[in-house]
Design a protein around this ligand. Sequence first.
Ligand code: C2E
Ligand code: CA
Ligand code: CA
Length: 399
Amino acid sequence: MPLDPETLAKLKFLVVDDEAFMRTLISRVLKGLGAVQVTPCEDGRAALDRVVTGADVILCDLNMPGMDGIEFLRHLTQTPFAGAVVLISGEDQRVLSTAESLAKAHDLNVLGALSKPITPAGLSTLLEKLAAAGSATRRRGGPVDRITEDDLRRGIECDELVVFFQPKVRVHDRKVVGVESLVRWQHRERGMIPPLAFIPVAEEMGLIDALTDAVYAKAARQGGRWLADGQDIKVAVNVSVDSLNRFDLPEVIVGTAAAEGLDPSHIVLEVTESRLMRDIRSSLEILTRLRLKGVGLSIDDFGTGHSSLEQLKRIPFTELKIDRAFVFGAARDPAARAILDSSVNLARNLSMSTVAEGVETQEDWDLVESLGVDMVQGYFIAKPMPADQFDAWLSDWKG
Ligand code: C2E
Ligand code: CA
Ligand code: CA
């Protein structure tokens, strides 16, 4: 049953296409179906700025100069956007379906893909899925209300950030060799807020350094406690390349670790890119000095960005984390499996260790084991947990 015009009128649509003609055409088709709030965006960057102010459905062209559709989707997963996506392309169906599965693997709610030229009937069929799910589904669960700078600053100052830990297990003996530290915000009014809802805000508002410091301090303290308990567990913390602009960072990282009784080799920084322009030289220098001091460096979400290979060449990473888009369900997806396999070989040739993220089933585990992946992280082992739960889990796991 087609979505009724009343519902369509309430939804906010973004139309992202580099061609003015296509923007007009798609907007017209939407309005013909009953949509009222339609905002055209000439590129991904403009769309990302709009996302923060609220959008329910994004219609995105895959072929755009500058930031292409795939890159746009990757950045979108780093925002609080919790609406639905329709992919549009003039390319053949294979490109569309690969893009669709990549987006789904990143928990985006993809209604489907349309080949150009799009028709009212084709679009209407996809939008019907919104009705089935009960309005624009908030699958990613983040609060869509804008988080304000003041509130986030207050949250950080009032110690409302909490750190969860998810185990990294060595494949050959199933030993827990590390944890990834994942931040959450225990908001005094809004309850637990997931990281993707406030990290982009922190980056945008210049609060990311304060956030990283708070998370790192808690993670290092916990790592020190584990070591004192006889648990030799490496502690990984996420940092975005853009925040690598403080030249004293290597000293701060190593100094804080030492204060908790940890050697630099107990610390791993998981490095990702985000959407801001960055000063490559300063981040390169900082990462190299961290490595020289013995801190582990992991290239996160490997396989999803354009510059991943480029970065591998430039930065002395010790660990490669294969994105879960190429892990979960890879046993039944030849393309994902090929990427997984070649990532493992690449890492081996560069003497890096490998971590497969997003292992959710025995089938996923068996596949990564057969391909020679070193470590596994995913719901199949355990979800991220607060430190006390982690300790209980760990004693069960060992026992
Ligand atoms: P990430 O670095 O890729 O972290 C892994 C995410 O995958 C976590 O989501 C984790 O809960 C989830 N995950 C783990 N195993 C599975 C699995 O088997 N299946 C599925 N579907 N998901 C799995 P989380 O905790 O929501 O974190 C999301 C992202 O937020 C992280 O992605 C990271 O980019 C960012 N983030 C989290 N904490 C921090 C932080 O302290 N600083 C910065 N800069 N970013 C952070
Ligand atoms: Ca990570
Ligand atoms: Ca990741």
